[in-house]
Write a protein that binds this ligand. Sequence first.
Ligand code: GDP
Length: 323
Amino acid sequence: MGLPPDELVQRLFAGERRALAKAITLVESMRPDHREQAESLLQAALPRTGNAIRVGISGVPGVGKSTFIEGLGLWLIARGHRLAVLAVDPSSSISGGSILGDKTRMEALSQHTEAFIRPSPAGKTLGGVAANTREALLLCEAAGFDVVIVETVGVGQSETAVAGMTDFFCLLQLPNAGDDLQALKKGVVELADAIVINKVDIDPGAASLAEAQIRSALGLLKRLHEEWVPPVLKISARKHEGVEAFWNTVLAQREALKETGAFEAKRRAQAVDWMWALIENGLKARFHANPAVREALASTSDAVARGALAPGIAAAQLLRRIE
Ligand code: GDP
């Protein structure tokens, strides 16, 4: 990786963007020696982590995520913040292409010295992408970025992953009212700390209708946090309308959760969940790498496929091979 780790750590702590980029490349690497360096880097960074406001933003392609993040980012920087934007893009692992990775996005923001923008790591499973992004988030904090936005597209399980690594998760919506309201996709709305209807400038009437529908639907759902009722906000990212209201909402949720201790509890639970996700990934990797498993895997799964062997027995037999 060129730099000796000590120098990398120092430059990272000094807030150098290039050192941060290198550190993230290191944690994304699959090479075992890099992995070892990455672990010691992360351990060294740990005392300097935890201080950022971590915001997750999701929404279908075209809803206006990059327009919104750019506007919000420039607004935050003007108020003295340093902003990092990370992405969790499952399409980069499936097709190799990326929905979020386009280099021309957020051009004004990316040129700013107080901003750091990193596309989704490519060529990995969603689990791998999410693990790398969590580690990247910690590195951004260690480099002194006090706001970290993690962006994802409204497909697959990526939203769950992003909600699990951020303090405030919000869903960007188009102002289409009606039965097919994307926000009501089961499971995702329940993760949201706010629903944000974008492009209100196009059709304010439709946006108000959508707002009312989402609000009444939210009333029927179980709340994520007792102390926080997810609001529905209307914004126009293109016209820079609603940025301040959005940020005040982020801060208000934070205050409400901190008052009861729910904020710290959420962070702690996220850290433990992450450890478990890593254990599960590690066990899976060990299972697949085990020579005794590899030897029997094809014939055993073939027997299951033919109906000659019950799946439960097959699984037990294979698992016994790693003991
Ligand atoms: P993303 O795929 O979610 O990142 O969406 P983009 O930010 O790239 O936006 C997609 C398109 O919607 C672009 O052409 C934007 O200019 C446009 N757009 C974004 N926000 C607004 C808005 O508030 N009003 C209008 N009219 N267009 C918007």
